[in-house]
Write a new protein. Structure first.
Ligand SMILES: Cc1cc2nc3c(=O)[nH]c(=O)nc-3n(C[C@H](O)[C@H](O)[C@H](O)COP(=O)(O)O)c2cc1C
Length: 355
């Protein structure tokens, strides 16, 4: 596994650039890499401005870079360039401080007109510092990053999906593997399989959900770690089900259900890989879970989703679930958002299939 240094170069707190980096850090960690952060605004200002590379804290930051296999460099766009804080730090480094390292450049900015800052301003200096390979960077519009009071962040899918993809491609470059592509799947060839949470095929689903939840809610608890429900609740012998969508040996999406009450099953752990969103896979998982619930004799489905999962709420509404809350209200003021859906009786389904 690699040691990956991250450079945070916004002077602001809270920082949208740091929020983007937080998300990327979770992805890196979920793939087993060690992440060592360098937060430039926490370095002593005077030695930084005076170019004192021998100051112990600055030397320690440079040493973190030296020992890293790869580096994520992040910056807000200021005055059509990378931040001054990043500039003073890069100026302190030896000429080839990034020699042989794989680098992922990321920026946030207020206007898409400045998306080229990564390639026009940042990439040349990273090249000059000897970076071995500089992957495709990504520019996130600051309006696509929502920060919550008290911690937590929500990235618009137009930001989080490509950000996930460039991060995976960066990791592939670090490992010397081919770039991860997110080509559309052949939907007809996607297979729905019944599994258990303990199966190796389920691991991407469970790992990715933790990555998804932790930055959004800004905390680690039973909900974000998926430990609030024992995984045995999803076993068939306990009237549960765990469905995965598999394609070419990969797990693309999945979901689970467990007993909620005598006639109701609760849907949990709904997930679609970031590399395969917007292809109807979430709807397919729900349809498979509905069929499983009917087979198990349930008459209705119940679920809750968090207030910071607008894409999940949209999926449930589109799939015919009835919201049990005021859809006009701010989800943050509600907390968990409950949905319900009545199911056809199993003999109705059999008749429909036969006709
Ligand atoms: C002093 C200053 C200059 C900025 N200049 C630009 C700019 O030239 N182009 C742009 O797209 N955004 C510009 N912005 C907007 C920031 O890039 C954007 O809000 C960014 O997400 C801030 O990141 P942060 O919260 O990590 O500091 C500027 C913001 C500040 C405070």
């Amino acid at each position: 596994m690699a040691i990956i240094a991250t450079i945070s170069s916004s002077p602001s707190v809270p920082s949208r650039t740091d929020a983007v980096l937080d998300y990327v850090t979770k992805v890196l960690g979920s793939h087993g890499h060690t992440v060592t952060p360098i937060v430039l605004r926490d370095l002593p200002a005077e030695p930084l401005l005076r170019g004192r590379a021998d100051h112990p804290e600055i030397a320690a930051a440079a040493a973190v870079l030296e020992t890293a296999d790869a580096v994520v460099v992040t910056t807000p766009v200021y005055k059509a360039a990378y931040s001054g804080l990043l500039k003073v730090f890069l100026d302190l480094l030896p000429q080839y401080a990034l020699k042989g390292k794989t680098v992922l450049p990321l920026a946030t900015g207020g206007t898409p007109a400045h998306v080229l800052v990564i390639d026009y301003a940042l990439r040349p200096v990273l090249t000059s510092l000897g970076a071995g390979s500089i992957g495709q960077g990504w520019f996130v519009l600051s309006s696509h990053v929502r920060l919550y009071d008290g911690g937590g962040l929500l990235l618009d899918p137009t930001a989080s999906v490509p950000l996930y993809q460039v991060t995976r491609s960066f990791l592939a470059a670090v490992a010397g593997e081919p770039t991860v592509e997110s080509a559309p799947v052949q939907v007809a060839a996607v297979e729905a399989v019944r599994a258990r949470p303990e199966d190796p095929e389920s691991a991407p689903l469970l790992a990715d959900l933790v990555v998804e939840y932790t930055p959004r809610y800004g905390q680690t608890n039973e909900n974000t770690q998926l430990t609030e429900v024992p995984s045995s609740d999803f076993h068939a012998e306990r009237d549960g089900a765990f469905v995965l969508l598999r394609y070419c040996g990969q797990t693309l999406a999945g979901g689970a259900l467990r007993r909620y009450d005598e006639h109701t099953a609760e849907v949990k752990q709904m997930w679609t890989s970031h590399l395969h969103r917007r292809q109807g896979l979430g709807r397919r998982v729900l349809a498979e879970l509905e069929a499983a619930a009917v087979d198990l004799g349930y008459r209705s489905l119940y679920l809750t989703t968090g207030p910071r999962q607008p894409e999940a709420a949209a999926l449930y509404l589109a799939a015919g679930f009835e919201p049990q809350f005021d859809v006009e209200a701010d989800p943050e003021s509600i907390g968990p958002l409950a949905f319900r859906k009545e199911l056809p009786a199993s003999n109705d389904v059999a008749l429909k299939v036969a006709s």
